[in-house]
Ligand binder design. Structure first.
Ligand SMILES: [Zn+2]
Length: 187
C-alpha cells in the first residue's frame, strides 16, 4: 500500500480531517486525526493492518496492544500474522496491566501494536509489562506515527503513515487570523 492510498482511506472515512480545530491541549491545528473513524470499517481495518503487519519485525509469536486504541489494530495484525493477540488495560490507578488470565510465556516473542503513537508512553509501558513477565519485544507497530520520528523504542518500529500535525497557540494561529471558523472535533 502506498502512502497516498493510506491517506485516501483516512480522508474518505473521516479519520483525517482538514480545517481549523481546537485540540484537547487547547492548541489549534489545521488537521485532526481520529483513528476510530477508519477502524469502524472492518474491511479497511483488515486491509490497513495487513499492510502494517508486513512492515513490522519478523519472528513474533504473539501481538499485544494497550486498550482501547490498540485493540482492533492489534487484532488485525495478529490475524495477518496468524498469531494470537492479547491486550493490557488500565487499572483504577490509570496504569496498564495484564488481566483476564492472559499469559506471557518466558522468552515468548511479542510485537507491541498501537493505533497512533504520539509520545509512545503507552507502548513503552506495554513493553515493560511484556519484559516483566519474561517475554521479549521484537518490534513495535502503529498505523500512524504522529511523533514526527522522535520516539525511539530501541526495537524496529513499523508504521503505515508518519503524520506531521502542526499546532499553534491561539494567539499565533494563522487560521484564526484568516477568520476560518474554529471546530471542536468529537463534541
Ligand atoms: Zn486558530
Amino acid at each position: 500500500m502506498t502512502e497516498s492510498e493510506v491517506l485516501e482511506i483516512f480522508r474518505e472515512t473521516g479519520a483525517l480531517l482538514e480545517g481549523h480545530f481546537l485540540l484537547r491541549s487547547g492548541l489549534h491545528s489545521s488537521r485532526y486525526f481520529q483513528c476510530a473513524q477508519v477502524l469502524q470499517w472492518p474491511q479497511h481495518a483488515e486491509r490497513l493492518c495487513r499492510a502494517l503487519a508486513e512492515r513490522c519485525a519478523a519472528g513474533a509469536q504473539a501481538v499485544i496492544s494497550p486498550a482501547m486504541g490498540g485493540l482492533f489494530v492489534g487484532h488485525e495484525v495478529a490475524r495477518a500474522r496468524r498469531v494470537r493477540h492479547i491486550f493490557v488495560e488500565k487499572n483504577p490507578t490509570g496504569a496498564l496491566e495484564l488481566r483476564r488470565n492472559f499469559s506471557i510465556g518466558r522468552g515468548e516473542r511479542f510485537l507491541v501494536v498501537e493505533d497512533v503513537v504520539t509520545r509512545g508512553g503507552r507502548v513503552l509501558e506495554t513493553m515493560q509489562i511484556v519484559r516483566a513477565h519474561g517475554g521479549e519485544v521484537v518490534g513495535v507497530g502503529a498505523l500512524v506515527d504522529r511523533s514526527g520520528g522522535t520516539v525511539d523504542f530501541q526495537v524496529p518500529f513499523g508504521y503505515l503513515l508518519r503524520l506531521q500535525v502542526e499546532t499553534f497557540d491561539a494567539e499565533q494561529c494563522p487560521l484564526c487570523r484568516k477568520g476560518v471558523p474554529l471546530v471542536k472535533p468529537g463534541s
